[in-house]
Design a protein around this ligand. Structure first.
Ligand code: PLP
Length: 364
């Protein structure tokens, strides 16, 4: 029997595995598996979302003008260089589709966000991975892997699932080492959490080059994962490309309204950032005191390493926590089988997590 077949390479794609969202046997669930923001969105954003209900019979503003202006004002950027998307995933996919194809290579670092190999293959290109150095992106290793076929380099900065980051000088060194025809995509999904003075999400590089794009999301610090809203900051030539290929109404009317209100509510964002700092530091300290190896993180999650003893390894810890209703993320698919990625939740959630891992540690 003949049937339609997808392009070569589609069946080489391993579907993206999302974080667990349910613990069937537990009385309550603490979800620390998808780096969402447990404090929730700005009440202004929720109100704007609800008000948008009255306008659902109209298509949204195709150019998302007010939202782009608010993003530009909030971040000190040029609104003309901003393109919004249905989550930053959509923008990453459009970039891969637009700049890479069969015979091309798409390069990224060893423990990167798992969407990069998927969108590379979807574009028909070959994903290429460069080794990291102690859970941190290695600029020299990336540059070593650049060939004549390289079209895009994706760098998650700060990294997911590692929580580490590269300073602006290292990103600039990477950019300098790349041929001008290679697009450098700086994925700043967690940029708003970073307090380090030597960090930049990359908008400064975008402003002085034609081959750098910075992607950002409302799914993390703005706590709007369910709405699907992302944006990117790009040179005019890339804006032109994305505006040719994106759906004309790719960002819904409620998403535009809520995103605009969220970005204006700087008090709420500052509160989330401060809470995250407090509970990330507390959780890291408590888990280290229990003997766990916690990687330094500048994000809203931590990577915790477990022993190789089958009773106390990452798989057992994940199962133990799941039975207690605490959902974390295994990092086997990210090439880090001995660890769990744990999102920073509320104070109460972090206290429960630490207490549960203390019990896990004591188990014979
Ligand atoms: C590094 C990184 N980039 C992009 C995304 C996708 O974000 P969005 O929800 O905007 O599609 C995520 C989500 O987890 C992420 O961790």
């Amino acid at each position: 029997m003949t049937m339609p077949t997808p392009r070569p390479g589609i069946f080489d794609i391993d579907p993206y595995v999302v974080g667990d969202s349910d613990a069937p046997d537990a009385a309550r669930v603490i979800k620390l598996s998808s780096n969402e923001c447990a404090l929730g969105p700005s009440s202004e954003a929720v109100a704007a979302f609800c008000e948008a209900g009255d306008r659902l019979y109209r298509y949204p503003d195709s150019a998302a003008i007010e939202l782009r202006k608010a993003i530009a004002t909030g971040n000190g950027l040029d609104a003309e260089k901003i393109v919004c998307g249905n989550g930053s995933d959509e923008l990453l996919t459009m970039l891969a589709q637009s700049y890479a194809g069969p015979g091309d290579e798409v390069l990224f670092s060893e423990h990167s966000f798992l969407i990069y190999p998927i969108i590379a293959r979807f574009a028909g290109a070959t994903p290429v991975m460069a080794p990291e150095n102690r859970l941190t992106v290695n600029v020299d290793a990336l540059l070593d892997k650049v060939t004549k076929k390289t079209r895009i380099v994706f760098v998650t900065n700060p990294g997911n699932p590692t929580g580490s980051y590269l300073p602006a000088t290292e990103i600039a060194r990477l950019h300098e080492g790349l041929p001008e025809n290679v697009l450098l995509v700086l994925d700043g999904a967690y940029a708003e959490y970073v307090m380090a003075d030597n960090y930049s999400p990359g908008n400064d590089l975008v402003d002085v080059s034609n081959n750098v794009v910075m992607t950002r999301t409302f799914s993390k610090i703005y706590a709007l994962s369910g709405l699907r809203l992302g944006w990117c900051y790009c040179p005019a030539v890339v804006v032109d490309v994305l505006n040719r290929v994106r759906g004309p109404f790719n960002v819904s009317c409620p998403a535009q309204a809520a995103g605009l209100a969220a970005i204006k509510d700087t008090v709420h964002t500052a509160k989330i950032r401060a809470e995250n700092e407090t509970w990330r530091a507390w959780t890291s300290k408590q888990l280290s005191a229990l003997g766990f190896d916690v990687a330094p993180s500048v994000t809203n999650f931590i990577l915790v390493r477990f022993s190789s003893d089958p009773a106390h390894n990452a798989e057992s810890a994940n199962a133990f926590l799941l039975a207690e209703g605490i959902l974390t993320r295994r990092t086997v698919n990210y090439g880090i089988p001995d660890s769990l990625r744990i999102t920073i939740g509320t104070e109460a959630e972090m206290r429960e997590l630490v207490a549960a891992l203390a019990r896990f540690k004591e188990m014979a």
